[in-house]
Each structure stands twice: as C-alpha cells, then as structure tokens.
Design a protein around this ligand. Structure first.
Ligand code: PHE
Length: 338
C-alpha cells in the first residue's frame, strides 16, 4: 500500500502535467507548496509522529516537495518557451528591413575642415566667437568709425537691443587678443551676415576662416607666403595667387587675394577669395584699452590678419555654380559630396 504522501504526489504531478497555462500552474503551486498548502500541513503533522516514523516520513516529505518543485519549474519553463515562439511567429522575417540612411557632411563643412587642417599644420590654433555680436567687437575695436558705410542698417542685420549679426569673422581677432598676450597665431571659422542682394555669388549668410598672427617682426612677406602656401595646398601646386591693393579700416596696408588655376574647372579667371593686411596699430590700441594693459604694444609687435571666403573656395574646389545651392537643402545637390 502506498503512503498518502505518495498519493498526494501522484495527484499533484498529474495536475501539473495537465495545467494549461501559467495561472493554473500557479494555483497548483500555491495549493501544494504554499504556506497553507498540503505539503506545509504535512510538515505540521510531522510533530505528532512517533520516533520511528518521523525520519521515514520526513525523508518522503522532502522527496515529494522536491519532486513537485521540479515538476512545476519544468512546466513553467515550457510555458515560457511557448510564449517566446508565439511572439516570434508574429514577426515576418521575410519582410525587407528598414535601411539605415547614412548622411554626409555638407560641402561647406567639408571645406572648413580641409582649411582648418591645413592651418593647423601651419601652427594655427582654433579660436571662436559668437555670431551675435556687439558693435564694439564688429566695428569700433576694428578701427571702423561710426559713419563707415558697413555700419549702415542697409548692410548690417541689427537686433532691437543694438547688437548685430557679425558682418565678418574679424570680431574673433579682438576676442582672441583680449584673452591672450602675443605671440598669437589663431584661426576662427564660422558664419558672417550681410544684407546683400542675394544672387548666384552673394548670400545673406556666408562663411569665413579668419586668421591672425601677431609676433615680433611679422611682415607682408609672411602674410603673402603663408596665404600662398595655404591656397596651393588647397587647389594644387599650379595655383597662381595675386595680391591687389585694397582698403580695410583694420589693416594697413590692405590687400585682396585672387586665385587662378588651370587645374580647376572654370579656373581660367581670377577669383577673389580673401581680404587681408597688416594689423592696424589702432586695433592693437583698442585691445590694450579693453585688456587694461600694454600687452599689444604696436612699437614692439606687428601682425597680419586675413579673412578667407569659404563659400567661394568651396565653389571653386567643387565646381559649384551658384552659392544659393548651399542653403537650399536639395538632396540631389548634397549627395554629390557624400
Ligand atoms: N573682414 C574682412 C572682410 O570680411 C576681411 C579681412 C580680414 C581683411 C582680416 C583684412 C584682415 O571682408
């Protein structure tokens, strides 16, 4: 004759085997193994047994408890596997995937990176300044008098609080000199804004790389040599560079830079790509005033500065006929530079 515990085990195992879901299985577990379940009740009953019977029933009780626990776990595992494969069955693996669209850098951005890389090799550090500026950084400190035409509302975007969108990146010259005494060798790359009539070669937002080098005995020869080196690195060794006299309030003398190269498409014409010159003593004096010292003594230090038109350079390098293409966000255009 089997022990009632064995009968209990056989019944429980049958129930476990025929449980049809997780909830039913959990009910069975509570009924047998829970705190007030049958197995626990047997545990209580053990106390009433005699010395001889106790170890035998105790051993059996343990075996039954282990058997039920294992059977329940096995059944639960089956339910988990079933659930997983049910979920997978709802996914159609024959459907085409979602392609990852990989973007690319804007041609102007590529142009800036190329330019910065060349200047870094030449020993220039990268400086920066904000697009929204004060009149002082954009004009006054750059020796540009209040009646200068560039300050006219027709040329400059003014904000209602008197600040403005910088009309050139030369603002960063002042910011860099305010921060550090000479010698100084920095470039700054970014956007500038003018109320220009927009056409194929003019845009209200354009981009520049500004350069500034201040040291003892810096000369126009240094300026010309370094800009020539830069432009040949960019466009190839055959590139011809021409400097023509010009006027900027913040440099003296001032020059405009033109390039021409047979290696480039449409390269037979001279194209203006930069303004440059030797830093005007009045600019050094304005910086000294702001710094409250005499760090940029114009009798001791001299320097050159330049502003390269990056849109122009990109148009030449990538043979882009119209500056407006940079801002139109046309993928057919942008994908050509991916
Ligand atoms: N800031 C001038 C411009 O935008 C260019 C320039 C920079 C000229 C530095 C001289 C020195 O036209």
């Amino acid at each position: 004759m089997s022990h009632p515990l064995e009968e209990l085990r056989d019944n429980a195992l049958r129930e476990i085997e025929s449980a049809h879901d997780e909830k039913a299985l959990d009910n069975i577990r509570v009924r047998y193994l829970g705190r007030s379940g049958s197995i626990s009740a047997w545990g209580e009953q053990m106390k009433t047994l005699g010395k001889d019977e106790k170890p035998i029933v105790g051993k059996l009780l343990n075996e039954v408890r282990n058997a039920l626990t294992a059977a329940i776990e096995e059944r639960a595992q089956k339910f988990r596997v079933q659930k997983e494969s049910d979920t997978l069955a709802t996914i159609d693996i024959s459907l085409p995937g979602t392609p990852n669209e990989i973007g690319s850098l804007h041609p102007l951005h590529q142009m800036h990176e190329r330019g910065i890389q060349i200047f870094r090799r030449m020993g220039f550090a990268l400086a920066e300044g904000p697009d929204v500026e004060t009149e002082w950084y954009c004009f006054d400190a750059l020796n540009t008098p209040p009646d200068h035409p560039a300050r006219n509302e027709q040329d400059t975007f003014y904000l209602s609080d008197g600040r403005l969108l910088r009309t050139h990146t030369s603002t960063v010259q002042i910011r860099a000199m305010e921060c550090a005494p000479p010698p100084l060798r920095v470039i700054a790359s970014g956007a500038a804004y003018r109320r220009d009539e927009v056409d194929a070669t003019h845009s209200a937002q354009f981009h520049q790389i500004e350069g500034l080098y201040v040291d003892e005995n810096v000369s126009v020869a240094d300026l010309k040599g370094e800009l020539e080196f830069f432009l040949r690195e960019l466009f190839g060794f055959e590139t011809e560079v021409q400097f023509r006299p010009h006027y900027f309030p913040f440099t003296e003398p001032s020059l405009e830079v033109y390039v021409r190269s047979k290696a480039l498409k449409r390269g037979e014409h001279w194209i203006e790509v930069a303004g440059c010159g030797m830093v005007h003593p009045a600019v050094f004096e304005a910086v000294n005033k702001a710094r409250g010292d005499k760090a940029y003594d114009p009798d001791k230090w001299s320097g050159y500065a330049f502003g390269l038109g990056m849109d122009r350079l990109a148009m030449i390098l990538f043979d882009i006929p119209d500056i407006r293409l940079f801002a139109q966000n046309d993928l057919r255009f942008l994908k050509q530079f991916a």
